[in-house]
Design a protein around this ligand. Structure first.
Ligand code: LAN
Length: 685
C-alpha cells in the first residue's frame, strides 16, 4: 500500500505527537480531528483515511486487512474459496484421448480453450511441453500434448505443430515415451501393446498378505494401476481412423511398421490375457464410492475407458461417469486446463479461515458473514459415511474426515482432516458463529486421526504405510519418485499433531491417553526427520520453507521455542541463513528434485510468508530479519490489496509442480496479521 507523499521534506527532528492516536470524525460533512487517550483508542481503530491524510505509512495489519478485503471477493456463494489447480501437463492428454476413443463429443468451447491453453504453455524455445508448466520439454509432455492438439483439430502444418513435432523428433520420437505415455498411445492405437512392460491385472488375485499385493501401494498408484491393468489385460485399442493413421507417421522417426516393439520395452515375462472378474468389480466400487469422481484425474479418465469397454456407451455407469468429467476442468487466463484434483475447496477454505482468525481479522464485523459462510461450507464438506464394501476395495473408514476437495470425492487425507477440524474449532469459538458441528462429529474426526500413525511415529497422506520400501524397485512410472507406498511426511505429521493438541484443549476428556501417546511418538518423528542443516524436506509444496512452517508451528503449540528447543533453534537458524538481500525468501522447485535448498532467483511472497510464520511461531529473538520480510510482503501488495502471481508453489512425487494460486493471499495475510499481533503493529517505514 502506498502512503501519502508530500512535496515538502518533513523534518523528523521537530517534536510531534503520537500520530497513531489521531482520528478524523465526520458528521454530515463536518470534519474534526481528535487526539485519543488509552481508553478511547481501544474502541476506535485508526482508519485508512486517517493514515492517508496524516501521511502515515501503512502497517502490517493494514496490509493483511487490505489483502483480505480483496481475497474475500473471491469467496464463492457456497462459502468456499475456489481456484485453479493446474500445473501438471500429463492430465489433459488422458482426458482427450479417452474422450476420442469413447466417442464422447468434445464441446466446441472446450476445444477452443484447451488449444489456447496448450499453445500458451508450449515452451517458447522449442515449442514442446514438459511434465509441468515450468519444466523443460520432454517426450512425455510433448508427444502427449501434440496428440491432444491433433485430436482437437490442429493441422500438422500449423506452426505450433511443426515446431513441437521437430522437438519431439529431436528427442527421438514417441518411441521412448515413459510408460504412462506408452499406455495412452497404445490405447489410442498409435503404439503397440508389445512395447509395454506388462501391467498384470492378475496381481489383484494374489492373497492380500503377499508383500507386493497392489492393495499395499500408495492409494494413487493403486488407483492408477487397477484400471490400467484392466485395459492392458484386454489389450484395448481404439479403432483405426484416418487421424490415427496420420499420427502413426507423425509421432515417430521411422516408419510405424518397421518399429521393433518388443525392443521398445525392457523385456519382462509376458502376461497372459486373462482378466480377473474382480478387477472390474474394484473399478466399479471406486466409482460408486466417489460419486463417479474417482480419487484423482488420472484414474478418472482411465475409468471412462474401462466403463466404455465393459458396460458399453449406453450404460448407466458410462453416463454417470461422463457427467463428472466437467468437475476436473478449469478455465484460467490462458485457456482451459485439467485440474490436479476436482479442486482445492476444503484445503484452501480451512487455511483461509485459520489465516483470517489468527490474523485477528475475523473479529471485524465486516468479515463475520464470510467466516460464517466458511464454517457452513466446512460443515457440509465433512464426510458423513464410510466407503461401501470398504474391506473389499481396501479402503479405510472415512466418517468424520475431510478430504482435500469435496465430500463427494470422499477420501480422507490426514492433513485435510486436521486442518478441517482445526478450522472448525476456531470458527465455532468465535462469538458470532453457530455450533454447526457437534462434539460427536468432532470425535469422529479424532478417531480417524488416531488411526493414522505409522510405526516410525509419523503420519502419511491417506493411509497407513502398507508395504515395504523395497517396493520402490517395482516403480514403473519413470517420471515420479517414491510413489509405490505411503511414507510418513513432516507436513502431515505436524498438521495432525497440531489438530490433536487443539482438540485436546476443548475436549480434554476424549481419548486423552491415546492422544498423549501418539503425540509423544510423533514429536520424536519430527525431531528425527529434521536434516543436519536444520531443514525439513517438504513433500507437498516448495519445499524446505513450506515444511519448516508446519514443523515449527507444530512444535510451538507444545511450547517449544528458539530459546528452549535445539530443534526449533536449528530450524530458525536454517531459515535465516536462506534469507535474501531484499528481506524475502525464494525457493525453487529444484529443492524438491535435489533434496537440498535451491534458491529461486527472486524472492517469492509465498516462501517469504512461510519462513516468517516459522520464525514468528518459533519466537525467533531478533525482530530485524522478520521486519525485513514483512516489509517485502507489504511492498509487493498492489493498491487493490492483491498480490500478483509469482512462481509455482506446489509439488508432488518430488518432480511434478502444481499451482496453488490462493497461497499468495492466504499466507501473506496470515504472516502480516501475526506480525501485527506479536509486535504491536508498528508503523513500517
Ligand atoms: C495432492 C494434493 C494435496 C496434497 C496435500 C493435502 C497438500 C498433502 O499434504 C497430502 C497429499 C495431497 C492430498 C495430494 C496427493 C497427490 C495428489 C492428489 C496431489 C499432489 C494433487 C495431485 C496428486 C495426484 C496423485 C495426481 C495424479 C498423479 C499420479 C502420480 C497418480
Amino acid at each position: 500500500m502506498h502512503s501519502f507523499e508530500t512535496n515538502k521534506i518533513i523534518n523528523n527532528d521537530i517534536e510531534r505527537t503520537d500520530l497513531s492516536r489521531w482520528r478524523l470524525k465526520v458528521d454530515h460533512g463536518r470534519q474534526t480531528w481528535h487526539y485519543l487517550d488509552d481508553d478511547e483508542i481501544k474502541n476506535w481503530p485508526q482508519s485508512a483515511i486517517d493514515k492517508y491524510w496524516i501521511g502515515l505509512p501503512f502497517t502490517a495489519f493494514d496490509t493483511a486487512r487490505n489483502g483480505f478485503e480483496f481475497f474475500k471477493q473471491l469467496q464463492t456463494s457456497d462459502g468456499h474459496w475456489a481456484g485453479e489447480y493446474g500445473g501438471p501437463m500429463f492430465l489433459m492428454p488422458g482426458l482427450i484421448i479417452a474422450m476420442y476413443i469413447t466417442h464422447i463429443p468434445i464441446p466446441e468451447a472446450w476445444r477452443i480453450e484447451i488449444i489456447r491453453y496448450l499453445i500458451n504453455h508450449a515452451n517458447s524455445v522449442d515449442g514442446g511441453w514438459g511434465l509441468h508448466i515450468e519444466h523443460h520439454s520432454t517426450v512425455f509432455g510433448t508427444a502427449l500434448n501434440y496428440v491432444v492438439l491433433r485430436i482437437l483439430g490442429l493441422d500438422p502444418d500449423h506452426p505450433a505443430m511443426v515446431k513441437s513435432r521437430a522437438t519431439l523428433h529431436k528427442l527421438g520420437g514417441a518411441i521412448g515415451i515413459p510408460s504412462w505415455g506408452k499406455f495412452w498411445l497404445a490405447s489410442l492405437n498409435v503404439y503397440d501393446w508389445e512395447g509395454l512392460n506388462p501391467i498384470p491385472p492378475e496381481l489383484w488375485l494374489l492373497p492380500s498378505y503377499v508383500p507386493f499385493h497392489p492393495s499395499r501401494y500408495w492409494v494413487h498408484t493403486r488407483a492408477v494401476y487397477l484400471p490400467m491393468g484392466y485395459c492392458y489385460g484386454r489389450r484395448l485399442s481404439a479403432e483405426i481412423t484416418p487421424l490415427i493413421e496420420q499420427l502413426r507417421q507423425e509421432l515417430y522417426v521411422q516408419p510405424f511398421d518397421t518399429i521393433n516393439w518388443s525392443k521398445a520395452r525392457n523385456n519382462i515375462a509376458k502376461a497372459d490375457l486373462y482378466i480377473p472378474h474382480t478387477n472390474y468389480e474394484l473399478i466399479k466400487l471406486e466409482d460408486e464410492n466417489t460419486e463417479y469422481l474417482d480419487i484423482a484425474p488420472v484414474n478418472k479418465v482411465l475409468h471412462i475407458l474401462c466403463t466404455y469397454y465393459e458396460e458399453g456407451p449406453d450404460s448407466k455407469a458410462f453416463k454417470l461417469s461422463k457427467e463428472r468429467l466437467i468437475d476436473y476442468m478449469w478455465l484460467g487466463p490462458e485457456g482451459m486446463m485439467m485440474n490436479g484434483t476436482n479442486g482445492t475447496q476444503v484445503w484452501d477454505t480451512a487455511l483461509t479461515a485459520l489465516a483470517v482468525i489468527e490474523a485477528g481479522l475475523a473479529d471485524d464485523p465486516s468479515n463475520h458473514q464470510s467466516m460464517i459462510h466458511a464454517l457452513e461450507f466446512l460443515e457440509d464438506a465433512q464426510i458423513k459415511k464410510n466407503p461401501k464394501d470398504s474391506k473389499r476395495c481396501y479402503r479405510d473408514n472415512t466418517i468424520g474426515a475431510w478430504g482435500f476437495s469435496t465430500r463427494d470425492q470422499g477420501y480422507n487425507v490426514s492433513d485435510c482432516s486436521s486442518l478441517g477440524i482445526k478450522a472448525v474449532l476456531n470458527l465455532q469459538k468465535l462469538s458470532y458463529t453457530p455450533d454447526l458441528i457437534s462434539k460427536k462429529r468432532l470425535c469422529q474426526t479424532i478417531d480417524i486421526l488416531l488411526s493414522m500413525q505409522n510405526a516410525d511415529g509419523g503420519i502419511s497422506s491417506y493411509e497407513l504405510i502398507r508395504g515395504s520400501k523395497l517396493m520402490e524397485w517395482l516403480n514403473p512410472a519413470e517420471v515420479f519418485g517414491n510413489i509405490m507406498i505411503e511414507y510418513s511426511y513432516p507436513e502431515c505429521t505436524s498438521c495432525v499433531l497440531t489438530a490433536l493438541n487443539t482438540f485436546r484443549k476443548w475436549y480434554p476428556d476424549y481419548r486423552a491417553t491415546e492422544i498423549e501417546q501418539i503425540t509423544k511418538k510423533s514429536i520424536q518423528y519430527l525431531y528425527n526427520s529434521q536434516d543436519e542443516n536444520g531443514g525439513w524436506y517438504g513433500y507437498w509444496a516448495i519445499c524446505f520453507t513450506y515444511a519448516a512452517m508446519f514443523a515449527i508451528q507444530c512444535l510451538a503449540t507444545f511450547g517449544e521455542t528458539y530459546e528452549n528447543s535445539q530443534v526449533v533453534k536449528k530450524g530458525c537458524d536454517f531459515l535465516i541463513s536462506k534469507q535474501k538481500k531484499d528481506g524475502g525468501w525464494g525457493e525453487s522447485y529444484k529443492s524438491c528434485e535435489t533434496g537440498t535448498y535451491v534458491h529461486h532467483e527472486n524472492s517469492q511472497v509465498v516462501n517469504t510468508a512461510w519462513a516468517l510464520l516459522a520464525l514468528m511461531e518459533g519466537k525467533y529473538p531478533n525482530e530485524e530479519p522478520i521486519r525485513r520480510g514483512i516489509q517485502l510482503l507489504i511492498s509487493r501488495q498492489l493498491p487493490t490489496g492483491e498480490w500478483k502471481q509469482e512462481a509455482i508453489e506446489g509439488i508432488f512425487n518430488q518432480n511434478c509442480a502444481i499451482s496453488y494460486p490462493n497461497y499468495k493471499f492466504i499466507f501473506p495475510i496470515w504472516a502480516l496479521g501475526m506480525y501485527a499481533k506479536i509486535y504491536n503493529n508498528p508503523v513500517i517505514f
